[in-house]
Write a protein that binds this ligand. Structure first.
Ligand code: GUE
Length: 245
């Protein structure tokens, strides 16, 4: 689902739908005009929430500034919240209870697990931007795995001094090449969750790879994991709703 015509958003929606198709999951793209109001959007999502043919709903963030995005997210039925964006999903994740997680943070954890990155007791620094579905939930998931979590942001004093203490550094700022080798502790694991125009991450890969023991590239790092988690949670939602498990 899409509000407005931001070209990056259009690309992401297309990628997600392609991957659904490859996985045999039918997808419906509900493109709404830029003039859509909060009421229109909540109405459209409520209809999908009630539609028994639909098992998962993703509202592509960000929506236009004139729209109450939170109200729109909350119109997603909890059992269809495959992107983990509702307050209920967020709270469950924060409490370490089962439920759908935000796809990018979920993908980051899957990636770290796959590469056997030890999290317990490690200092994880998450540099957050303005996305409600990325940095904050990523920190909560890391906390749930017993990492010592520090959140940094654009107003953090001496950011680099903190990132240089990170065993695991998650960049989720949304600013191209915001972090580089000088901000990284030698041997750190660097996760670049940034997606900026032109497929540029939040980390300057060339200098960062000199210091990091493991580092995710952009493209080909976190992005495909986001989509993998989306598909996995959609299958889980469908099997749950169809009672086939
Ligand atoms: N409610 C919501 N949930 C999201 O998960 C969400 C969203 N809104 N809004 C937009 C961002 C962006 N996003 C991406 C997912 C995959 C790639 C991805 O797979 N990228 C490829 C790039 C492929 C290419 O263009 O070459 C890669 O990193 O390798 C990128 C970006 C999900 N988002």
């Amino acid at each position: 689902m899409l509000v407005g015509e931001d070209p990056a958003s259009v690309t992401y929606v297309r990628m997600k739908r392609n991957r659904c198709e490859q996985a045999g999951i039918r997808s419906r793209h509900v493109a709404l005009p830029a003039s859509t109001t909060t009421d229109d959007l909540v109405g459209a999502i409520t209809a999908l929430s009630r539609d028994p043919e639909v098992h998962g709903i993703l509202l592509q963030h960000p929506v236009g500034a004139h729209i109450d995005e939170r109200a729109a997210f909350e119109a997603i039925a909890p059992e269809k919240d495959v992107d983990g964006v509702t307050m209920r999903s967020f709270a469950a994740m924060g409490f370490g209870l089962p439920g759908f997680v935000s796809c990018t943070p979920g993908g980051i954890l899957r990636l770290l697990d796959e590469y056997r990155v030890d999290l317990a007791g490690k200092h994880a620094v998450v540099v957050v931007g303005r996305s409600p579905i990325l940095g904050r939930p990523a920190g909560l998931l890391l906390l749930g795995r017993d990492a010592t979590v520090t959140y940094c942001h654009s107003r953090t004093t001496d950011l680099s001094a903190i990132t240089r203490e990170a065993d695991i550094l998650v960049a989720a700022v949304g600013r191209p090449r915001f972090l580089s080798g000088a901000d990284i502790k030698p041997g750190a694991v660097v996760v670049d969750a940034g997606h900026n125009p032109g497929n540029v991450g939040d980390v300057d890969f060339a200098s960062a790879r000199e210091r990091a023991s493991l580092i995710t590239p952009v493209p080909g790092g976190v992005g495909p994991m986001t989509i993998a988690v989306l598909l996995a949670q959609t299958v889980e939602a469908a099997t749950g709703q169809l009672g086939v498990r």
